[in-house]
Design a protein around this ligand. Structure first.
Ligand code: SF4
Length: 210
């Protein structure tokens, strides 16, 4: 894809949604971090249902740590992989309390050292809580980037690398939200909704639907 077309795609996505953000509910970096840990292989809607009950009771490292694995499980048992996630969240709270003064570190290295936090989660937190121009490539971004030919790659790391290289600076902070939302609601996995897609004339996917 040439850079003029890429620029037009990103301009249209921006015009359509000038201030995008995550669909996870949060009001502090800590709430976002925990929500993102809980969201692995789960829907944002499902995570929000759990955190809407959990956060009014406990929304600090100390308060969630005090619940313990069993207490936390009570709130998150509707979410997939809840046992492993409960253990990771409690351990993350302990590390935040002991090593980071109960503050979410604005550092990739320190974030990725927390249990349950990989590159993608760190990217989301750095981007959405701290405004870094990071691009967290999930299944939606991977699909949209490859289908449109905006940034092609054989795995999520390659697509992230390509996006970081080709997306102009003015779009970098917001591009991951635009692509996630586009993949979630329009360029869906099974049958993309090309007929109602705002970038249909620019997209280079060969098997567009009516
Ligand atoms: S035209 Fe179709 S394949 Fe291309 S981005 Fe839009 S929905 Fe996806």
């Amino acid at each position: 894809m040439n850079k003029e077309k890429r620029y037009e795609i990103l301009s249209r996505l921006r015009a359509n949604n000038p201030h995008p953000t995550t669909e996870l509910n949060f009001s502090t970096p800590f709430e976002l971090l925990i929500a993102v840990i809980l969201s692995a292989q789960s829907t944002d809607v499902g995570v929000n249902k759990a955190t809407d009950k959990l956060y009014p009771i406990a929304n600090t490292p100390e308060a969630i740590y005090a619940l313990g694995v069993e207490g936390l499980t009570h709130y998150i048992k509707t979410i997939g992989l809840f046992n492993a996630k409960a253990k990771n969240v409690i351990e993350t709270c302990r590390i935040l309390i002991e090593k980071h003064g109960s503050v979410v570190p604005e550092s990739r290295e320190h974030l990725e050292a927390l249990p349950g936090v990989g590159r993608k989660t760190a990217n989301v937190v750095l981007n959405t809580a701290f405004g870094w121009p990071t691009i967290a490539v999930d299944t939606h971004i991977y699909r949209v980037s490859n289908r449109t030919k905006l940034a092609m790659g054989k795995n999520v790391d390659k697509v992230e690398e390509k996006l970081l290289k080709v997306v102009p600076a003015e779009f970098k902070v917001d591009v991951h939200h635009w692509l996630i939302l586009h993949g979630r609601y329009t360029c869906i996995a099974r049958k993309p909704r090309c007929g109602s897609c705002i970038i249909e004339d620019l997209c280079e996917f060969k098997d567009k639907t009516e």
